[in-house]
Write a protein that binds this ligand. Structure first.
Ligand code: ZN
Length: 165
């Protein structure tokens, strides 16, 4: 089964990175930890948090619920922490999820997006996807390539860190 996450609101940027890699990650925006724990239990999600108190809860210490306490503050380093701990794949399902709402992106025909993307994009790109929730259109342009590069550099750095530590 695929691993899924629920990110505490103190690690929101980490959530975006995991979605970029293709890991289903909901962001918990409320203050009530109890509700986050309920969601994690009912949806079988691993909790990601910077809150040391939260991970001392009995459900977690007894192993009924999985939680990762992030040590790093830099989201890029947090990604490396989670990847190393759970042996995740940086290129699991790249760009299959909306980075904003964690919804599975749906493929769209070029003609369907004609008036919804900049003309310069329409002229050069052939493959598009759309988020069913926020209706953002995604395409494999320069923005996409930049993110792929970032993931590759994180992967390279992560490899080095593991060798030296
Ligand atoms: Zn969306």
């Amino acid at each position: 089964m695929e691993i899924k996450f629920i990110a505490d609101n103190n690690v929101g940027k980490l959530a975006r990175w995991l979605r970029m890699m293709g890991y289903d990650t909901v962001l918990f925006r409320q203050k009530d930890d109890g509700h986050m724990i309920e969601t994690a239990l009912s949806e079988d999600r691993v909790i990601l948090t910077k809150d040391a108190e939260l991970v001392r809860r009995r459900l977690i210490t007894e192993g009924k619920l999985r939680a990762i306490l992030l040590k790093e503050d830099d989201p890029r380093l947090q990604v490396q922490e989670v990847v190393a701990m759970l042996s995740l794949n940086y290129h699991f399902k790249p760009f299959s999820l909306c980075l904003e709402c964690n919804q599975a992106l749906m493929s769209r025909e070029k003609e369907e997006v004609r008036n919804r993307v900049p003309a310069r994009v329409f002229g050069t790109q052939t493959q598009y996807t759309e988020c069913p929730a926020c209706h953002r259109i995604y395409w494999q342009g320069t923005h996409w390539q930049a993110m792929v590069k970032k993931l590759q550099s994180l992967q390279a750095e992560g490899g080095i860190n593991r060798i030296t530590s």
